[in-house]
Design a protein around this ligand. Structure first.
Ligand SMILES: NC(=O)c1ccc[n+]([C@@H]2O[C@H](COP(=O)([O-])OP(=O)(O)OC[C@H]3O[C@@H](n4cnc5c(N)ncnc54)[C@H](O)[C@@H]3O)[C@@H](O)[C@H]2O)c1
Length: 324
């Protein structure tokens, strides 16, 4: 029995594939490599192709005796989703339909899905629990909310059981420095801070320092990618044990500001990180952090790694990439 990991050559997928293999689980990756890297797979078996190819999904599931799928494959840029929405409906939403159809045709009825805290939009209260209102504020977030509903409907019509995991801000790199995030296309804060700290870019742009937070900058919940990887294994085991479909936040429950990240990175780098304050971005909430208690209750999972672990591992990883 194998686990099919879509998007396994990407940032979170590659850390999860590595953990699954370390645990002795059989893994097969389906990735178009459009935004992922074969070398991040560290030799795991890869099929280069798209989740939109229903026949390929079915054939792969049959050939490898797949018992469950972890579905990471998607586009994830908010800005791109607003300028090219069709790409997001086709790849994220239609892709998930094709994946589910192919999987079900092969008899696979368990799926762990990468959702996002962005489905909550600008939350009315924090910490955010799973029963908070779903209010996507961009096409990417709407695509994730729709993918959750698509999977939920397959549960009604076809007995597909799924766990939708709403990640907060994924960050960091493997603690041993072997794999990490590709910063060439990212708009995430941690890699942007590392670029500035390592002198590869100009100052980090900090979008507003007049929010109602202790230092005036926005607060988010940064979750280490290795903690996320463990949660996927727990979700697979939950489904394998007969668990019902559910939706869970994956966060630390701790909010950190932009200045917190800059300060900790300065400690790590041994010098200040250049930054400049610019206008707030429209629609950016002041404070977002998770209530992660449901994941603990249902999966027995909690985050273990801290913001310092995130900063240290990301700094070491990006420094190694610059020097290579
Ligand atoms: N990184 C975050 O902070 C974050 C937060 C919330 C949710 N997510 C979600 O988690 C998932 C993984 O995120 P990531 O940061 O690892 O992204 P990533 O871009 O690094 O990885 C996505 C992978 O999917 C592959 N892919 C894309 N479309 C495909 C298709 N049609 N068929 C096959 N492969 C395809 C890409 O080549 C890439 O390897 C995504 O669904 C993303 O929306 C990420």
């Amino acid at each position: 029995m194998a686990i099919l990991v879509t998007g396994g050559a990407g940032f979170i997928g590659s850390h999860t594939v590595r953990l699954l293999r370390a645990l002795g689980r059989e893994v097969i990756v389906l990735d178009s490599l459009e935004r992922g890297h074969k070398k991040a797979l560290l030799g795991a078996e890869l099929i280069v192709g798209s989740i939109n190819d229903e026949a390929l999904v079915e054939k792969t599931c049959r050939q490898h005796n797949v018992s469950a799928i972890i579905h990471f494959a998607a586009y994830k840029s908010v800005g791109e989703s607003m300028s090219s929405p069709g790409m997001y409906w086709n790849n994220n939403v239609a892709g998930t339909v094709h994946l589910a159809e192919g999987a079900l045709a092969a008899g696979v009825q368990q799926m762990v899905f990468s959702s996002s805290a962005s489905v909550y939009g600008n939350p009315r209260t924090t910490p955010i629990a799973e029963d908070a209102e779903i209010r996507p504020e961009n096409v990417y977030a709407e695509s994730k909310a729709t993918m959750e509903r698509v999977l939920s409907w397959y549960g009604e019509t076809h007995d597909l059981r799924s766990v939708s995991l709403r990640y907060f801000n994924a960050a960091g790199a493997s603690l041993d420095g072997v794999i990490g995030e590709n910063w060439s296309v990212t708009t995430n804060l941690v890699p942007l801070v590392m670029k500035a700290a390592l002198g590869v870019s100009g100052p980090v742009q900090v979008f507003g320092n007049d929010y109602p937070t202790p230092d005036g900058t926005g607060i988010r919940d940064y979750i280490h990618v290795e903690d996320l990887a463990r949660a996927h294994v727990a979700a697979l085991d939950y489904l394998a044990a007969g668990g019902a479909s559910t939706t869970l936040n994956l966060g630390t429950g701790v909010g950190s500001s932009v200045i917190d990240i800059l300060d900790r990175t300065a400690n790590e780098a041994g010098h200040e990180v250049p930054y400049e304050i610019v206008e707030r971005r429209v629609g950016d909430p002041a404070v977002v952090f998770a209530d992660p208690s449901a994941a603990e209750r249902v999966l027995g999972w909690t985050s273990k790694l801290t913001l310092d672990d995130i900063v240290q591992s990301a700094h070491a990883w990006h420094a190694s990439q610059v020097s290579n």
